[in-house]
Every structure is written in C-alpha cells, then in structure tokens.
Design a protein around this ligand. Structure first.
Ligand code: TRP
Length: 348
C-alpha cells in the first residue's frame, strides 16, 4: 500500500470516527476471530476492546467466530467447538452483551456462505493471488495454496456484506480485506443492483502486542499470554521468556527483543510507558522485571478472569448465546440472499 493511500485511509477513518460518535444508530459493525485456540491479550488490545467500545456507543455489533476459516491454512480443525465457546466467553467477559450484540459461527449460516458463489464471479484469480493477506498466510503455512485460502478475501467479504456492516474496525494490515469487500459490493451493483453497502475501515489505534519472544503475539508461535490462564500459569510463561545476561533493564526492541516485549506488555497493562518501567526496574535484572510483568498482567486481567470464570460455571448459557446469535445471523443472511436472488433473477 502506498503512503498516500494510507494517509487517505487515516483521514477517512477519522471522519468516520466522528460520525459514529455523533450518530451511532446509523452504523453496524462486524468483526471476528478464527477459533483456532484460546484468545490472548493481543486479541483483547487489538480487536475486542474496540468492539466493546463500539457496542457501548450504540453501534449494532456482529461478531463472527469464523470456524470455516480455521481450515484455510491447516488440515486439522482441532477442538473448534470448545474454542468457539471459549471465544464467546472471552468476548462476554470483556463486555460484549449478548442482548445487544450478536455472536455467531460462520458454518451455522448457510445463506451467508451461499453469497460466496456469486461473489467469486466478481473477482479474478490474479486479484486473489495479489492479496497481501493471502500471500502472508500462505508463506506462514509453508504448504500448498488451498482453494479456500486463495478465496479467503472473498469469504471474509461475505462475512461483512451479508449483514450490510458499514464499519469494520481493523488494523492497518487488514485494509486490503476491506478494499476487497468494497470492490465486490461495487461490482455487484454494476452487474445487478445495489444490494450491498460498501463497508468503511475504522483504523484502530490499538498497539501491536508483542509475544513473549518479541515476535507478534500469536497462538501458533506459542508466545502468548492467554486470557484464560490462571495467575500461576501466567507467572510460569512469563518466567520462561528468554531475556539476556545484561542486568540493567532498558527498552530496545531491536537488540533486546525478550526484555522489550516484557516491558511493552507491562506498559499496556498499566497504561505507562515501557521506558519508565525500565527505569523503575533499573539494575534489578530480568527476574525483577518478570515479577513486575506477572503482577501487571494478573491485576489487569483479574476482573476479566473473574467474570469469565463466573460465566463458565453455566455452559448451557454460553451455548444458548451462540445458538441465539446463529438464529439472528440466519435471519439477516436469508433476507440478504433473498434480495440477491431477486436482483439476479434466480427466485423461483
Ligand atoms: N480473519 C479474521 C481473523 O483471523 C477473522 C474474521 C473473519 C474477520 N471474518 C471477518 C474479521 C470479517 C473482520 C471481518 O481474526
């Protein structure tokens, strides 16, 4: 993406943010997660807090637990059902209210998935091959490109367009996805009729959360602090972090990835700067830093973990939340598919 394009996106996003605050009732947002494993603090700072904020402003909020996306870059679907319920718990513990927001699973909404067929006719193979997310996921998977991974931007567009979401909070790296959804909405209008709304990207200022090894926090890197860990488990993973032999603690992500990742995590959890935390620890060494980080994370997550544990006491409740969400998503998707059939002339 060129710098100019990025600056335009930032400007548009700022205008959008002002309008959402003034008139939240005009907006519907959709975001989601791939239920590949437990959610971690990267998810919380990255997307979950932003969607709670939008919900609380009065924006209608849809959350897709994209279970079909689990198999875009791997064969094993894993304990997907458990991961779905865990993700629902984490969203609720973070403030998502299932009476105001819809939590649903991709695979339970046939009409949403059916939109992918006409959408596929609107994009070319070359466009899909060029998509930066497809390229990045392909490289990370180290495997042959599956048809599902190649078409990832199209099914993600279907997730957004089926419910006519007009605002999608994203990090900068996901802008190409929103662009694809906009292109599909536009081409559908040119070919048939204006059924779909062009979604706008709301760029979130959320920080990149480093994992415990300094790379991006990710389940697949095994460097994550998950939201569901106990305080003791948190202490254990923090203690395992590879630091270095320099006793004086300083913030320098390039030369000291482990130490700097720990400082950044503590900074996010306390609202302070990594440098000032480094100055506090001074020459007390990485052991002292790890104790400080553990306490910062555990006290930051205490409320979340308490609410999560309370909700988890009633597994029937979380199942009913997902079931209700699926019903609502199906209603919306069927209505949209009906419109699509009508404008395509495929209603019999
Ligand atoms: N791909 C996203 C992730 O990996 C999840 C997701 C699925 C999503 N559909 C979406 C996000 C639509 C935003 C909009 O976390």
């Amino acid at each position: 993406m060129s710098t100019d394009t990025y600056i335009c996106s930032v400007e548009r996003s700022n205008v959008l943010a002002t309008d959402i605050a003034a008139d939240p009732g005009r907006y519907r947002t959709l975001t989601g997660e791939r239920p590949t494993g437990p959610l971690h603090i990267g998810h919380l700072f990255g997307t979950i807090r932003e969607r709670v904020r939008l919900q609380d402003l009065g924006v209608e909020t849809m959350i897709v637990l994209a279970d079909y996306q689990v198999i875009t870059d791997r064969d094993a679907i894993g304990h997907v059902r458990q991961h779905v319920y865990d993700a629902a718990l984490d969203n609720m513990a973070a403030g998502i209210d299932p009476d105001r927001s819809t939590i649903f699973t991709h695979s339970a909404v046939p009409a949403l998935n059916q939109l992918i067929l006409p959408f596929l006719s609107l994009v070319t193979e070359a466009e899909l091959h060029r998509n930066p997310t497809v390229k990045a996921e392909l490289a990370a998977s180290g495997r042959a490109l599956s048809g599902l991974l190649l078409t990832y931007p199209v099914h993600q567009a279907a997730d957004i367009l089926f419910c006519k979401a007009n605002v999608v909070p994203v990090g900068k790296d996901q802008l190409p996805h929103i662009e694809m959804a906009r292109v599909i909405a536009r081409r559908f209008k040119d070919r048939y009729a204006a059924v779909f709304t062009e979604p706008q990207a709301l760029l979130t200022s959320s920080p990149d959360v480093p994992g415990l090894d300094g790379r991006k926090m990710s389940k697949s890197f095994g460097n994550a602090i998950t939201l569901s860990m106990t305080p003791d488990e948190t202490a254990r993973v923090v203690r395992r972090t590879a630091t270095d032999s320099e006793r004086h603690i300083s913030y320098d992500p390039d030369t000291r990835p482990g130490v700097s990742a720990l400082l950044t995590i503590a900074a996010l959890c306390t609202g302070r700067s990594p440098e000032s935390i480094a100055a506090d620890v001074g020459s007390a060494g990485s052991g002292a830093l790890k104790t400080l980080v553990t306490e910062a994370v555990n006290s930051f997550l205490a409320g979340h973990r308490r609410r999560r544990a309370e909700l988890a006491l009633d597994p029937g409740y979380v199942r009913s939340v997902v079931r209700r969400g699926n019903e609502r998503a199906n209603e919306i998707a069927e209505q949209t598919l009906d419109e699509v059939r009508r404008v395509m002339g495929t209603h019999y």
